[in-house]
Each structure stands twice: as C-alpha cells, then as structure tokens.
Design a binder for this molecule. Structure first.
Ligand SMILES: Cc1cc2nc3c(=O)[nH]c(=O)nc-3n(C[C@H](O)[C@H](O)[C@H](O)COP(=O)(O)OP(=O)(O)OC[C@H]3O[C@@H](n4cnc5c(N)ncnc54)[C@H](O)[C@@H]3O)c2cc1C
Length: 389
C-alpha cells in the first residue's frame, strides 16, 4: 500500500491541470490514468478544437503549458454568427470596437493535453500511474483508498475524480448525477475550403441538423455536424469521396467547395450535472462535476477554472498547515463552481432544446429569438463578455 496526500483519477486536460496546479507545493500527488504513458505524452488528434477564453489562457500560461503549444496551433476567433436555417439573418457576436483581444483562441485538444502532461511529468511530487484503471474506491473519516486494476492499492487524504462526464469514480463514491443522453452525436473533422473564413465562426440550424464551422488556419476550418446518432455512424463509415460530397451538399457552399483535411471523429452527446461536487475526503472536477453540451464551447473552460479554485484552496491550506480536505474548503469550491457554471449549463441546454425542435412554433421562436438577441445589445455583449472572460 502506498500513501499520498491527494489521489487524482483521470489525466484528461482537467486532471492534468489540477496536478500541475498543485506543483507549487510539496504535496504528494498520485495521478491515475487508464491510457498509456505514450498516449499521454503524444496524444493523437481527436477532432476537438477548444475555444479557450482569456481566463483559461492565463491559467495555462501560469502553469507553464501555454508556451509549449506551437503558435501555428493557436487560431484567434474574432467573431461568431448564428443563423436559423437558410434565413440570411445572423445573430452576431464580435469583440467590441477598438478591443484588440479576440473573442477566444482555438487550440486543438490534443495539444492542450500534451502541453499539460509536459508540465506534470517534470513535477517531483507527482507520481503517474498510467495504464491503470480504478476498480474500487472508498472514503472514510481518515482518508481515501483506491484499488487499481493491477492489484495495487493507494491511500490518500483527498480523492479527486477527474474521470470524465460518465465518471465511474463518481458512481463508486455514491454521488448521483443528472445524466442526459441526447440521442444525437457530433461528427468533427477539419476541412479545406475555397472562401476565406475571416476568423469568424458560423453556426446554423437546419432541418434536423446543426452545423458549425470554426476558423483555423487560412482556408481551413473545423467542421462540426450534429445529427441523430445513427446518421453520424453512417457518415463515419463512408469513404472519403462520398463523405466530402455529402458534406458539400449539407453545407450548401457557405465557404465554397470543401475537401477533407483530417481524420473524422464522432462524439455521442451527453450532458451531466453531479448532485454534489464534494463529499468528506473527496471532490469532483472537470466533466465529472459538470459535463456541458459542446455547442457553447465552454466545458473545458469551466473545468479549468473550477480546478484552479480548488487547487488554490488546497494550496492555501497547505501553506497554513491546515487540513487540505477541510469540508469548508470543499464546500466553498462547490458553491463557486455552481454559481459560475449553472447559468451557462442551463442556458446551453435551453438553447439546444430550442434549436433542435423541428415543430413550426419552435422555428418561429428561433427566428424571433435571433432578432431579439440582435436588437438587445446587452444580450450580445453579455455572451461576448462570457467568451472573452
Ligand atoms: C466535440 C466536443 C467539442 C468540445 N469543444 C469545447 C470547446 O470549444 N471549449 C471548451 O471549453 N470545451 C469543449 N469541449 C469540452 C471539453 O472537451 C471537456 O470539458 C474536457 O475534455 C473535460 O476534461 P476532463 O479532464 O474533465 O475529462 P476528459 O477529457 O473526459 O478526461 C477524462 C480522463 O479520465 C480517464 N479515465 C476515465 N475513467 C478512468 C478510470 N476508471 N481510471 C483511470 N482513468 C480514467 C480517461 O481516459 C481520460 O483521460 C468539447 C467537448 C466535445 C465532446
């Protein structure tokens, strides 16, 4: 049996950021991840382009990960346009006039992961248990015990679940969650196109499909298509030529003729909200606490901000020599995360409901909603401000 101060389960981007944030202390951290070390060191492209807010960029910079991401992989997002079907009217989000900051910066998820892993692997007090699955976990007054698939047992003063929106650890700890399987999937790939994207993202809601195009390098965008799950499975299995032909037809030439520029990736859409984000000797971070719908591009931003707050609370306790799993500290983390995540989580779910409802009344509501949003500058400014946070 091996003893640690903190056991983190899951070395996704949020678990890695949390371990890196604790690097300012000499707390002994165990980071358990089922993927191999090779995969952690050089993760493969997974289709996701994460729209990072300025607050997230600052956290990554402070952790020493931002500069490890090549400049060519950082694509500034200057604005966004949301459209209802073929109606040319667009709800626009732009940086305020005179503001030099982009709305957000798009960075491939695999680059965020590899940059954070680069930081974590240099930390003396972090032990990485890669290629290991957690098969059992329990918390008692004195601390937490975790059993790994290879038979090893670890003990810690605090157990942190960062093992995704379908967190097994959350279940093992007996924390309930509202898990909403939406029955649709998102297909993502990079495409080359003839017209310039002007660094503006476009999202449109058509008959039974939602399409978004996120601007990357010149003439290249990330294409995200949300469809019923069986349709996405069909698109994944298609040969490249048939796939490109269908995508050109679905996109209606918005950015000119397109060709495929990457592998294709599919994600089934599930949103989650845990009933609680802590219990004695344990906490949930990242998607294990709040699993957002990707349409508003905020899941990682929320998870990164949340882990930052929790780590700061722990570091403060460590400096003072008090309990790093003090219930007041964990409760404060939960309250702040609830306050910052709940409005976005619920607004996103409402938006998704409205925009995936094909009934005529919903279509009218969408149109009215877009017009209203455009004519109420505080709505647009509010959303842009959230993006620029
Ligand atoms: C299509 C798509 C687009 C997105 N775009 C954006 C965006 O633009 N902006 C944004 O902010 N967010 C975006 N997100 C959300 C973002 O990707 C997630 O919020 C983020 O990945 C959550 O990180 P995490 O570390 O909490 O969880 P994950 O990334 O899910 O990582 C969990 C880790 O835990 C490991 N694990 C799981 N179970 C175990 C176990 N039992 N034992 C050991 N290890 C385990 C897994 O292998 C994995 O490495 C998007 C999501 C999707 C699906």
């Amino acid at each position: 049996m091996t003893g640690f101060d903190i056991i983190v389960v899951g070395a996704g981007p949020v678990g890695l950021a949390f371990a890196a944030s604790l690097g300012a202390s000499n707390l002994k951290v165990a980071l358990i991840e089922r993927r191999s070390v090779a995969d952690l060191g050089q993760p493969a492209f997974d289709g996701r382009e994460i729209a990072l807010t300025h607050a997230s960029v600052k956290i990554l910079r402070d952790l020493g990960a931002w500069d490890a991401i090549p400049y060519s992989e950082k694509s500034p997002l200057l604005g966004a346009r949301v459209l209802n079907g073929s109606n040319p009217f667009a709800l626009s989000f732009d940086a305020p006039a005179g503001c030099e900051k982009p709305l957000a910066i798009l960075v491939p998820n695999h680059w965020i992961r590899s940059a954070l892993f680069g930081v974590v692997r240099t930390l003396e007090h972090v032990s990485i248990f890669a290629g290991s699955n957690v098969v059992a976990a329990q918390v008692k007054d004195g601390g937490a015990t975790v059993n790994l698939s290879d038979g090893r047992q670890l003990q810690g003063r605090l157990l942190v679940a960062a093992d995704s929106r379908l967190s097994r650890l959350r279940e093992m700890l007996g924390i309930a969650a509202n898990v909403n399987r939406l029955g649709c999937s998102m297909l993502i790939c990079r495409v080359r196109h003839e017209l310039h994207h002007q660094r503006i993202a476009t999202e449109w809601f058509d008959d039974k499909q939602t399409i978004a195009m996120l601007p990357l390098a010149t003439g290249v965008s990330s294409l995200l298509v949300t469809l019923p799950a069986n349709e996405v499975s069909r698109l994944v299995l298609m040969n490249d030529a048939a796939f490109v032909a269908e995508m050109n037809q679905r996109c209606g030439g918005r950015l000119g003729k397109m060709s495929l520029a990457s592998s294709r990736h599919a994600y089934s859409l599930v949103t989650t909200w845990a009933d609680r984000f802590w219990m004695p000797r344990a906490a949930l971070i990242g998607d294990a606490a709040v699993g957002m719908h990707p349409v508003t591009a905020h899941g990682f931003n929320i998870g990164l901000g949340g882990q930052h707050r929790l780590a700061n609370g722990i570091l403060e306790a460590w400096r003072k020599g008090t309990d790093i799993a003090d219930p007041t500290l964990l409760r404060r983390y939960e309250t702040r995360l609830r306050l910052s995540a709940a409005p976005l989580y619920h607004a996103t779910n409402m938006l998704v409901k409205l925009y995936t409802d094909e009934r005529p009344l919903a279509q009218v509501a969408r149109h009215v909603g877009l017009r209203l949003g455009q004519n109420l500058p505080f709505v647009r400014r509010g959303i842009s401000a959230v993006l620029r946070r």
